[in-house]
Design a protein around this ligand. Structure first.
Ligand SMILES: Cc1ncc(COP(=O)(O)O)c(C=O)c1O
Length: 387
């Protein structure tokens, strides 16, 4: 363990000064693991909720992105609702708030969960229900006759503008040209198809893809004679909080007034709210690269944690053009962090040594949800605190 704890092995930006101090303390005391800053999270919730209110958008928090009670409680305090996918997530959301708006969109429910969820829907404890297939819609309508109902759609079969990050073909939802069939199935049980949902699955939505999806839904729904009550455009929001106004304004404008617009981001909420404090185990030179081995495993610690913030590293010798590469300690060839995150390098920057603490920023809530103990690389302890 090195004797000098240096701020240089923290990501250079996007950490509040107070959070930076917490992380430096952790480094100094050798308290490794995930550290989440609930103060920053609350600020994001507040900024998101305020922007949504300004533009008449209903904003939800996708429970799958973090089921941590503090994360969900903060969303409820900010007045956000929840996107849920099954009984476990309904229970987690209800634990955070007995009355928050709940929207259920599920690829498919286990048989054992259905009766209680239908009952909750009949009682009005689930506010939206988007079925993923015509068969699911028929079952919902049969179990909850006379109710408004919803479907998830995909954009299969549509002409998509070049470069738009829309995932196709999709295994989720029905095609837009099946909306008339869905309408008739619902009507057969006295139900009306009022809610349409699309999470395009790319998790990289940009404004153009949201607007394109919203417009496609609105025109298909109108062609099918639906009296739309809401359009839910799913998650995948990558905007900065400061840029939400133009974003929400454009999305709102793509849907007629009187039809609710819903967004249900997951990873957006905890962006830059969580860091992983870990340790350098080895630094290994090869002819073509410099390998930094950290005490972590991609699968155990970092799943779905793309856009990680990485400390700047120096070159081993002046003018060294070999790239640094960060890897974990699992026996898995692909346990490379930099497959998607290039490591920033600056001449004269810090050189990590075995034993140094090392902090990776912007770890998502998914990294906890998807964590495992593969290969004895145990999932990290996580602490949630206020700064
Ligand atoms: C239906 C639905 N809504 C919302 C989300 C949240 O997506 P993200 O975390 O990319 O914002 C997901 C993610 O898989 C999803 O499947």
């Amino acid at each position: 363990m090195t004797d000098v704890i240096t701020a240089a092995l923290l990501p250079p930006d996007r950490l509040s000064p107070a959070f930076r101090d917490v992380l430096l303390d952790r480094c100094a005391s050798g308290s490794y693991g995930l550290v989440a800053d609930l103060t920053t999270l609350d600020d994001r919730y507040a900024a998101g909720a305020a922007a949504a209110q300004r533009h008449g958008i209903r904003l939800l928090c996708a429970v799958k992105a973090s089921t941590h009670p503090e994360v969900l409680a903060g969303a409820a305090r900010a007045g956000l609702g929840f996107d849920v996918a099954n009984a476990f997530e309904v229970a987690a959301a209800r634990e955070a708030s007995p009355s928050a708006f709940l929207s259920l969109t599920s690829p498919g429910l286990p048989f054992g969960e259905r009766a209680a969820l239908y009952e909750a829907f009949r009682r009005g404890e689930i506010d939206r229900w988007h079925c993923d297939s015509l068969a699911q819609l028929e079952e919902l309508a049969r179990e909850c006759p006379g109710s408004p109902v919803g479907v998830r759609v995909n954009l299969d079969g549509l002409e998509i503008p070049e470069g738009m990050p829309l995932w196709r073909p999709s295994r989720f939802g029905i095609r837009l040209d099946q909306l008339p069939l869905a309408r008739d199935i619902a009507a057969g049980y006295g139900c009306s198809l009022r809610w349409v949902h699309a999470h395009n699955g790319s998790e990289e939505n940009d404004l153009a893809s949201y607007v394109f999806t919203a417009s496609a839904i609105v025109s298909a729904a109108s062609a099918a004679g639906l009296k739309l009550a809401s359009v839910d455009l799913g998650g995948g929001l990558l905007s900065e909080p400061a840029d939400l106004d133009p974003f929400f304004s454009a999305v709102r404008a793509a849907v007629p007034a009187g039809v609710e617009v819903i967004l249900e981001p997951g990873r957006f909420w905890m962006t830059d709210c969580m860091a992983l404090v870990t340790q350098v185990l080895d630094v290994k030179e090869t002819a073509s690269q410099v390998v930094l081995l950290l005490d972590l495993g991609l699968m155990s610690h970092l799943q779905w944690a793309d856009h990680i913030r990485i400390p700047v590293l120096g070159t081993l010798v002046p003018g060294d053009t070999r790239p640094w590469r960060i890897c974990g300690r699992s026996c898995f060839e692909e346990d490379w962090l930099d497959e998607w995150e290039p490591i920033p390098v600056a001449e004269g920057g810090p050189l990590p040594r075995p034993g140094d603490p090392f902090v990776l920023g912007n770890i998502t809530g998914y990294a906890i949800e998807l964590a495992c103990d593969f290969n004895g690389v145990h999932r990290p302890a996580a602490s949630f605190l206020r700064t």
